[in-house]
Structure formats: C-alpha cells, structure tokens
Design a protein around this ligand. Structure first.
Ligand SMILES: Nc1ncnc2c1ncn2[C@@H]1O[C@H](COP(=O)(O)OP(=O)(O)OP(=O)(O)O)[C@@H](O)[C@H]1O
Length: 270
C-alpha cells in the first residue's frame, strides 16, 4: 500500500448549528479497502460525504493526493472519486443504461458524444455490477436491491481511483452481497483502487476490509485491522451488545447474545 490517497483529518461538521462531527479521521490508500462502521447516527455518512467533497467542513482537512478537496471541483472531482449514496435519487423516465452513461460523463467532453472507450466502460460497469440484464428498464420500476446495484454501476463507470460507497449492501440479498464483496476486493487487489465502504454488517466489514474505522458520536474512536478493532470490549462499548467476532478459516461471523444488553442508547451490558 502507498501513502494515503485520501486523507481526512480531525474533520468537524456542523449542520444547522448542531455539531455532527467533532474530530473524525479517515484515510485510504491505493490497494486498500477501508470499512467505516458505527452505530446509527454516529456520523458515518457525514464523514463519507465530507471525504467525498460533498459536505462542507467547519474544521480539519480533507486532501486527495495532497490536494485540498475544496480545490477540486466538477469534472476533476468526479474523475477522482465515485460516490455511491445511501439513498439514490430516482429521476422519472431514465433507464438503467442512461443512468450508467450519466456516470460516465466526467470523462466525456462537454457537448461531445460517448466514444467507443466510454461505451466499453459503461458495458463493463453494468456487467460487473450485475445490471446488464435489465439495462433497458426504467429506474422507477426497479426493486431496492436492483437500484442499489445500478448505483454501483454508475460509480464504476466513472473509473476513478477511489470509490466511496455508503451502505451499498443495505438492500442486497446474501448472494448479491457476497458478489459485491468479491467485486470490491477485486477493485483493490487487481485494479489498485482505494475503496471506502460505510457498512453496518460487522462480519462483512471484517471479511472484506484491510482497515476498519469505528465512528461513534461524531468521532473516530478506533482505526486498524478488523480483528484488532472489533474486539468484544469495543462492541460492548460502542454498540452496547455482548458479541464476539469469529474470523477463522476465511469465514467471518459475529456471535451476538441478542437478548443480553440494553435498549438502544442505554449503557453497555455487564
Ligand atoms: N441535514 C441534516 N440536518 C440535521 N441533522 C442531520 C443532517 N444530516 C445528518 N444529521 C444528523 O447527523 C447525525 C449523523 O448522521 P449520519 O447520517 O452521518 O449518521 P450515520 O452514522 O451515517 O447513521 P446511519 O447508520 O443511521 O445511517 C444524525 O444524528 C443525523 O440525524
């Protein structure tokens, strides 16, 4: 792994007078998959948006290859990172193919048509995200999981060195989730990409990530390899559950004592 391509340090975000992030850090290098985990409302999406240059920050720094994200705009930013949002906007009358072609637009000169290389990139992205079979369907007719895969295809068509995906598996079935896990690993291992994945499934995070970043109450509270970070002590402290990560033989599982613990927001189990 090289020096961090994306580096967000001590990021502070205030929305409508309310502090949302007050000291969050996140970095990602080429060939690294970083999973951002944490409870509901911890600030994961806000951090991902700030890192992607989509959320203005009140303090701290976000740099891409050493350059302040504020200096990157429009097409330059869109060629640097793809951002797969948690909730996709679904414009009326747009097909899957058209949406993925829009994803390609940062590479197309203004008022120019897509050239052969762009069509190939669009086809490749649809194939890899598993949406080619319904390329002609209107977005508004898709299931939640199908739409989520289209969002991934849109991001892949951008062919950026960095992909930031905010809970891209939340609507996916088990097989589609495993397929996406393999795809993300392929992007970092064989294409040298940096991938930032916001995800709730800690077993999945442990399986795919090189580095796990734990965000809690607007701060980064731990960063490191999954087994070092997702300890039972931290699961109790941050998520208020009695649980243990089991990562043996290439399989990961989270063993949770579902009925032990406290209600959300309560104190940790004893
Ligand atoms: N535009 C906004 N206006 C007011 N509050 C906001 C806004 N955006 C986010 N927040 C608040 O900031 C906090 C962090 O939100 P964020 O979406 O970053 O959390 P998250 O960790 O991604 O949560 P989840 O896991 O539930 O998706 C939440 O309490 C949320 O309600």
């Amino acid at each position: 792994m090289s020096a961090p391509f994306l580096e967000a340090r001590d990021v502070r975000v205030t929305i409508g007078g309310t502090p949302i992030l007050h000291g969050a850090d996140l970095s990602a290098s080429a060939g690294e998959l970083v999973a951002v985990v944490g409870p509901n409302g911890a600030g994961k999406s806000t951090l991902a948006r700030a890192a992607a240059g989509l959320q203005s920050i009140a303090g701290g720094t976000v740099t891409w290859n050493g350059e302040d994200v504020k200096r990157l705009r429009g097409r330059a930013l869109a060629r640097t990172r793809a951002f797969v949002p948690q909730r996709a906007r679904v414009p009326d009358g747009v097909t899957v193919l058209e949406a993925v072609r829009i994803g390609r637009s940062p590479h197309v000169r203004p008022l120019q048509r897509l050239v052969a290389a762009d069509h190939e990139a669009v086809d490749r992205a649809m194939e890899r995200a598993g949406v080619a079979a319904f390329a002609g369907r209107q977005l508004a007719t898709l299931s939640g999981g199908e739409l989520q895969r289209v969002q991934i295809a849109v991001g892949l068509a951008q062919e950026t060195p960095v992909l930031i995906a905010d809970e891209p598996t939340s609507a996916l079935d088990l097989g589609a989730t495993a397929g996406l896990a393999r795809l993300l690993r392929d992007l970092v291992e064989h294409h040298g990409m940096a991938v930032v994945l916001v995800v709730h499934d800690l077993a999945l995070a442990a399986a795919v990530a090189d580095t796990v970043v734990v965000v809690s109450e607007g701060r980064t509270v731990a960063t490191g390899p999954p087994a070092d970070v997702l300890t039972s002590e931290r699961l109790a402290e941050v998520w208020h559950v009695d649980a243990a990560l089991d990562a043996t033989g290439g399989r990961t599982a989270l063993h949770v004592d579902w009925l032990c613990g406290t209600s959300p927001g309560g104190s940790p189990p004893h």
